[in-house]
Write a protein that binds this ligand. Structure first.
Ligand code: DOR
Length: 447
């Protein structure tokens, strides 16, 4: 892998794959973890190898596997005024995100091997962290959909999309589910219901109406249809950003072994009351829901009905967001805040730190079959994040790395911010400083 990546992290509180913590050292060579030493078992301390070995004193800090964010929109190519692969991955480095899976709604759309190849080339030049790109399904089912490589899977927008990426007809969806066997990830909202309700509520400019137009029923109906097709073809299905109590209940009743689901921190921690405070900055698809939905989604996550967490990082400029609803675009950034948001929940007793690491790294690597990621153990890639679980500080606009320069969580007082982020054994973020020359690698996905 990477040549100059001999590194030792010393005196860290290390999360082990079994969920327990030890105080000790981690040794990295060539981008791979080679030893994890328990300091209480002092028989074999790691001696200092040569001068070119970087040593990090991690006293008082907790070492977790780097976050793998499985749903982001990084806007590159074509929409670089909102974000690009360099700025987005600077934000990743700061947020402890060491790998990401990106969506195909860029310009051009990522729907062919050729457009996937160009994105991979751009990423090799610009990404500070590891990268993978979904292939987007269009109603015209292309051979690339099952042949393109490397990709985590096929993305289908069942709703909330315009143009060729919208797949809102059951017949077309069925063709995709029947064709091939790779993972299908769905944005599940029923476009027909949304279109009808948009007409019904036309003229209302309060952004809170967004959650009524694209209501719980619209999400439920699409998830039901995706589940029906997945069961019919026993097709590997992933439900992106699940947002409603009804969908969580549906999966709780009947979730085949080949189905997974994710939830975003914003669907757990924000609800429709956010429109009063941050207006259109709270507008996203699927929309924010009620406090009851927050509660049911949390319980589903704790119970394993929902498998993992994604941010759906989808930045728009403040000027774009300042337009009057419904001209304001949907989407909010997330990669810089997701880990501290979830670790703050852990420190406040809502879940454990080990659960957060599972939901934000281990379970994602498993679901997408990304080899050698998601754990701190010999043989795994050295994608790591050291976090400070003692200090609380607010999310500040001026510190954000994302090009859009805003967050729906500004002012939230959080703990668990990354102190050091390591990608393939290279330090990419260190106590406030981003190392912009570090580059990640293309992720692999086992068959
Ligand atoms: O709110 C959203 N915005 N949800 C999506 O799924 C797409 C995204 C975007 O690309 O802006």
């Amino acid at each position: 892998m990477v040549a100059n990546s001999a590194l030792i992290v010393r005196h860290a509180r290390i999360l082990l794959p079994d969920g327990n913590f030890i105080i000790g050292d981690v040794q990295v060579t060539g981008g791979t973890i080679v030893r994890v030493i328990d300091a209480s078992n002092s028989a074999q301390p790691i001696s200092s190898p040569g001068n070119d070995t970087i040593e990090i004193d991690a006293s008082g800090l907790t070492l977790l596997p780097g976050v793998i964010d499985p749903q982001v929109h990084f806007r590159d190519p074509g929409l670089e005024h909102k974000e690009d692969l360099f700025t987005a991955t600077c934000a990743c480095a700061k947020g402890g995100v060491t790998s990401f899976l990106e969506m195909p709604n860029t310009k051009p759309l990522t729907t062919t091997q050729a457009t996937l190849n160009s994105k991979l080339q751009l990423a090799a030049q610009k990404c500070l962290v590891n990268y993978g790109f979904f292939i987007g399904a269009t109603p015209e089912v292309l051979p690339d959909l099952i042949q393109a490589n490397p990709t985590p899977g096929i993305k289908i927008f069942m709703g909330s999309m315009h143009g060729p990426l919208l797949n809102d007809q059951e017949e077309g969806l069925e063709k995709i589910f029947a064709y091939g066997d790779r993972l299908i990830a769905v944005h599940a909202e029923n476009q027909a219901r949304i279109t009808e309700r948009r007409q019904q509520f036309a003229g209302i400019t309060d952004p809170a109406i967004h959650s009524q137009i694209q209501d719980n029923q619209a999400a439920l109906e699409a998830t039901q249809l995706a589940m029906k097709l997945s069961k019919k073809y026993q097709r590997r299905l992933h439900i992106l950003h699940m947002s409603t109590a009804e969908e969580a209940d549906l999966l709780r009743e009947d979730k085949p072994a080949w189905v997974t689901a994710e939830v975003t921190p914003q669907h757990l921690l924000l609800n429709t009351s956010a429109y009063q405070t941050i207006g259109t900055l709270a507008q996203m698809n699927p929309p924010l829901r009620s406090p009851h939905d927050n509660e049911v989604l949390w319980q589903a996550l704790l119970d394993g009905v929902i498998d993992f967490i994604a941010t759906d990082h989808a930045p728009h400029t403040l000027e774009e967001k300042a337009q009057t609803y419904p001209n304001s675009p949907s989407g909010m950034p997330g990669v810089e805040t997701s880990l501290p948001l979830m670790l703050t929940q852990a420190m406040q007793g809502r879940c454990t730190v080990a659960q957060v690491a599972n939901w934000m790294s281990t379970a994602v690597a498993k679901a997408y079959r990304i080899p050698n990621k998601g754990a701190i153990a010999p043989g795994y890639d050295a994608d790591l994040v050291l976090v400070d679980l003692d200090t609380y500080r607010p999310v500040l606009r001026e510190e954000l790395q994302t090009k859009c320069k805003w967050s729906p969580f500004e002012g939230w007082n959080l703990t668990g911010f990354p102190v050091v982020t390591i990608v393939g054994g290279q330090v990419v973020f260190d106590r406030g400083t981003i190392h912009p020359t570090v580059r990640g690698q293309a992720l692999r996905f086992d068959a």
